[in-house]
Design a protein around this ligand. Structure first.
Ligand code: ADP
Length: 374
């Protein structure tokens, strides 16, 4: 599988930072990392913009995993979604944008590791495991800190810069999916990233627990997606039930009736209910996402519809893009044929015109996005 599987965009030369533009310095990382930053006379804004675009050009589908509240399992959902996509054979990256509590290094077993800066930028950490053909590529602020327990206090301007670093400075390489573990909330970081990714194939998932407090917060994220016209694939209900380790009985810690009603009101699907599970938590702590460690287990099965929804969305996007391209090709060919028609002898023109119309009518058309709602 490769980016071309999902993205009609060419992931080749465009993503090579060294080929960005003749006037660029050719370095594949943001200016803030550059030893020559102070003396460099080049236009930094342009360099950064082109760098980010070159990274994004190699990425098929971006999934933002959002939550409006910390501790609801957003990072857990991100890690297991990424692992589930990798288990399906896709090339997957995980961008840990949770700048207040970057956890992905723990979830993928690379706590304490640091990344090196090369001419192509920062190399993400590779996570290999049985059952995945392409190692996952993990990029996190945690790899750039001096120590893992360094407290991080952010001014807004730095948050903005970091979001640009995360996408632009890491050498993501060609990916089918980039899963972004968002910071909780609908603040500056989310807006910065949404702006940065505009025009690319981005969809959102919302992680929540069934409790009312988390739910009320989550609905703010629903509104954010609606206002930004960011496709929201659905909600992942985390800690949605418990299996008693003694009797095997299942029960719900939090009532979910009001969650179902609230989601119905805002017309958002619940994609999955992930149980509260000690195996899930300990898999995360050991750096082995449960969907890979126990692919047949109930947790992996609970995550499966989330993986499916992302794959289905990406496939639909690809099919629409392909249909648009075919339609464009068909009308280009149509223009050329009409020009040829004008040259044809007058007595044959009617018949040729009828044949041309038949041909163009047979060309595939992009799917009608409103058809499903009719
Ligand atoms: P967030 O990213 O929303 O802050 P995390 O994914 O970091 O939340 O989860 C917070 C803690 O809860 C972690 O220790 C994680 O292992 C644990 N956790 C998350 N979801 C579950 C679950 N379904 N079952 C058991 N533990 C969970």
């Amino acid at each position: 599988m490769s980016v071309s599987h999902f993205s009609p965009r060419d992931p080749g030369p465009a993503r090579d930072p060294l080929a960005l533009a003749p006037e660029d310095c050719g370095r594949g990382h943001a200016c803030q990392f550059c030893p020559q930053e102070e003396t460099c006379g080049l236009e930094k804004g342009h360099h950064e913009k082109r760098l980010i675009e070159s990274r994004l050009a190699g990425i098929g589908q971006i999934i933002m995993v959002m939550a409006n509240k910390g501790g609801v399992g957003k990072s857990t959902v991100s890690a297991n979604l990424a692992a589930g996509l990798a288990a399906r054979g896709y090339r997957v990256g995980v961008a840990d944008a949770d700048i207040h509590g970057p956890n992905q290094s723990r979830f993928f077993g690379c706590v304490g590791e640091r990344v090196r800066l090369g001419e192509q930028g920062l190399a993400p950490r590779a996570f290999a495991a049985d059952g995945i053909a392409h190692p996952l590529r993990v990029g996190s602020l945690a790899f750039m800190m001096e120590r893992d327990d360094t407290p991080i206090v952010w001014r807004d301007a730095y948050k903005h810069d970091f979001m640009h670093h995360l996408i632009g400075s890491f050498d993501w390489g060609p990916l089918d999916f980039l899963v972004i573990d968002m910071p909780p909330g609908t603040g500056n970081e989310l807006i910065t990233l949404a702006d940065l990714l505009e025009g690319h194939d981005v969809a959102a998932l919302l992680a929540t627990t069934p409790q009312e407090v988390a739910l009320m917060d989550s609905l703010k994220a629903v509104r954010f997606c609606q206002e930004r016209q960011l496709p929201l694939l659905g909600v992942v209900e985390n800690m949605a039930g418990v299996t008693c380790p003694h009797c095997g009985g299942e029960f719900h810690l939090f009532p979910r009736a009001h969650l179902a009603a609230a989601l119905a009101e805002v017309e958002v699907d619940s994609l999955a209910q992930i149980p509260l599970s000690p195996a899930l938590a300990s898999g995360s702590d050991r750096g082995q996402p449960i969907v890979l460690a126990a692919p047949e287990g109930p947790e992996a099965q609970a995550f499966a519809p989330v993986v499916e929804a992302c794959v289905a969305h990406a496939r639909q996007g690809f099919a629409e893009a392909a249909a648009h391209s075919l339609q464009a090709l068909a009308s280009e060919a149509g223009d050329a044929l009409e020009a040829a028609l004008a040259q044809a002898p007058a007595e044959q023109r009617d018949e040729l015109e009828a044949q041309l119309a038949d041909l163009l009518n047979d060309a595939p058309r992009p799917p009608d996005p409103d058809a499903a709602t009719r």
